[in-house]
Design a protein around this ligand. Structure first.
Ligand code: FES
Length: 130
């Protein structure tokens, strides 16, 4: 197991993250129950190894894209999930939570996509290209 550091999610919920071998970034909840606090239709933001990302639960599937809106840098995790998309809380840009593509402006650039999966009590997030 790699280096562990404390990260803080909105709502002051402390989670731990680590960088494991093979460039797999792991977000580990303090308890399994905390993983499951991300219920269907909810999302959280996190900074993992300097990357600001969000993890969303879409119909029981965890998806992860960049958290910083490409329009004016608002946190997408503070927006709304709707039909597999996230709506930016600031000016209403819509991003696909699977592809990261912009579906509605004013944003014109998509978000990076990360692979997300649940392993035991952990949500694991992999960098693009790994
Ligand atoms: S900051 Fe997201 S749409 Fe403007």
């Amino acid at each position: 197991m790699g280096r562990w550091e404390r990260i803080l999610f909105p709502g002051n919920r402390e989670w731990a993250c680590s960088q494991a071998e093979g460039d797999v970034l792991e977000i580990a909840a303090g308890t399994a129950a905390r993983v499951h606090e991300i219920s269907d239709g909810q999302m959280v933001s996190a900074t993992v190894d300097g990357i600001e990302l969000l993890v969303a639960n879409v119909g029981g599937e965890y998806r992860s894209i960049g958290d910083v809106c490409t329009h004016a840098q608002c946190s997408l995790a503070e927006g709304e999930i709707e039909d597999g998309t996230v709506i930016c809380p600031c000016h209403g840009s819509v991003f696909d939570l699977r592809s990261g593509e912009v579906l509605e402006s004013p944003a014109t650039e998509g978000e990076p996509v990360y692979q997300a999966r649940v392993e035991g009590d952990e949500i694991q997030v992999a960098k693009p290209g790994t």
